[in-house]
Design a protein around this ligand. Structure first.
Ligand SMILES: Nc1nc2c(c(=O)[nH]1)N[C@H]1C(S)=C(S)[C@@H](COP(=O)(O)O)O[C@H]1N2
Ligand SMILES: [Mo]
Length: 410
């Protein structure tokens, strides 16, 4: 049997043992599976395969096999999937750390490699642990720091997810029998058998196992309670102390809901959004028309109650948007059949100045070029003179300060 450095003085916690590891592993099995599914779903919602506008990396090959047209119903779909993805990811951090801690001595087994199969197993663990740390780190950085990955967060987190989940599945298949055996023995209250995770000469306990689970669970609960609030408006949002709110405090009134990036941050000059200066260019098979804001207001106006939901996990409750239907604008330039659209902002630099929307999104009667929200003109920070709002779409596709719409197959 392989000797492990368990006997070394630093691995003497009596908390370690296959049962402690099995319980944490089972929680992660459920949690990571939900993270993987909501993550893949989130990626699909970007229309990543559309004209390489939303995701500039080359096609995802067979890993993109599942990509589908993101629906527009229910309108809170992305709010739910991404809220779960981010909030659950943060909540699982203590569980992941405790799980890694529980098997830490295995990292130092000697000899490090015993056979080819042992070498392969250790390699898979490298992908597993490395993948887990990479996914959690990139995810948290993206949520917290917003734009540390200029344009490249998608491929990192996407490929990382497949590597991590592949190793994770292999690990689950290998370890499931041991974990189940331990969980059953635990329920029958049998004493723990010796194994490579059980310390032969444990130190004095400073914490019971129950206490350790309480600590991990408590830490998870604390993270949950301090991050879940950003999926809600009103006083609940104030509880999300751990998650920066992006832009400035939204304030009150019709435009008083979360702002990710202000007009000043995006470099929008007030002079280019005045009634005299701003024109919307709409292009389709019959050519291009240029519309002032007054001309847009003369077109039929429609309302839709829709949320904004960001990849970072925050979202707003429904806001009452009012403006011109995208499909009416398409018809204006000769596009009678549902077709895709490329949306371009006044913004000259930075991410998110362009977004591609699919025909099913353009066709939805609730998809608007919004001119007003909650009964008032859009504020500069919410995209005045005009912004896109599409049901169920990720926030990043709701382009602000729109300057140009190009309808046609993308
Ligand atoms: N032109 C432009 N539009 C944009 C963005 C941007 O940076 N520039 N940010 C997007 C992102 S990431 C989100 S989540 C929403 C945020 O909308 P809000 O600031 O109006 O709440 O706007 C989107 N529209
Ligand atoms: Mo966003």
């Amino acid at each position: 049997m392989a000797r492990s450095l368990l006997t070394a003085p630093r691995w003497r916690s009596p908390l370690r043992g296959p049962r402690f590891t099995a319980v944490l592993g089972t929680v992660l099995l459920a949690g990571v599976t939900v993270l993987f599914v909501t993550g893949l779903v989130s990626y699909a919602s970007y229309n990543p395969d559309l004209a390489r506008v939303n995701d500039k990396t080359p096609g995802k090959g067979i890993l993109g096999f599942y990509l589908f047209s993101w629906p527009t119903d229910p309108p809170w779909l992305y709010r739910l999937t991404q809220g779960v993805h981010v909030t659950l990811g943060l909540t699982l951090v203590p569980v992941l750390l405790a799980k890694l801690w529980s098997v830490l001595p295995r990292l130092f087994t000697v000899p490090p490699v015993r056979s080819l199969s042992h070498a392969l197993e250790r390699l898979s663990l490298l992908l597993l642990v490395g993948g887990a740390l990479f996914q959690f780190a990139t995810g948290i950085l993206n949520v917290q720091l917003d734009y540390v990955f200029p344009g490249s967060f998608y491929p990192l987190h996407f490929y990382g997810a497949w590597v991590f989940f592949g190793a994770f599945l292999a690990h689950v298949v290998l370890k499931m029998p041991v974990a189940l055996r331990n969980l059953r023995a635990m329920r029958r209250r049998e004493p723990e058998e010796p194994g490579d995770l059980v310390v032969p000469d444990p130190g004095a306990p400073t914490l019971t196992r129950r206490g350790a689970f309480g600590l991990v669970g408590g830490a998870s609960l604390l993270l949950f309670a301090t991050s879940a609030g950003r999926s809600f408006d009103g006083p609940l949002r104030q509880t999300a102390v751990l998650t920066p709110h992006g832009g400035p405090e939204p304030g009150t009134g019709p435009n008083g809901f979360q702002i990710n990036k202000t007009a000043a941050y995006a470099g929008i000059r007030p002079a280019e959004t005045t009634a005299e200066a701003w024109r919307l260019a709409v292009t389709g098979r019959s050519g291009t028309v240029r519309l002032s804001r007054a001309e847009l207001l003369d077109l039929p106006q429609h309302s839709a109650a829709l949320p904004i939901a960001c990849v970072e996990g925050w979202s707003t409750s429904d806001q009452w948007w009012r403006g011109v239907r995208l499909r009416d604008l398409a018809a204006l330039v000769g596009e009678e059949e549902p077709t895709d659209v490329l949306v371009e902002s006044l913004q000259r630099r930075g991410a998110f100045r362009k977004a591609a929307l699919r025909a099913n999104q353009v066709a939805d009667p609730r998809s608007l070029l919004a001119l007003a929200v909650n009964g008032e003109d859009l504020s500069p920070d919410h995209g005045h003179p005009a912004r896109i709002i599409v049901p169920a779409a990720p926030g990043v596709l709701n382009t602000k300060w729109v300057a140009r719409l190009t309808f046609g197959r993308l």
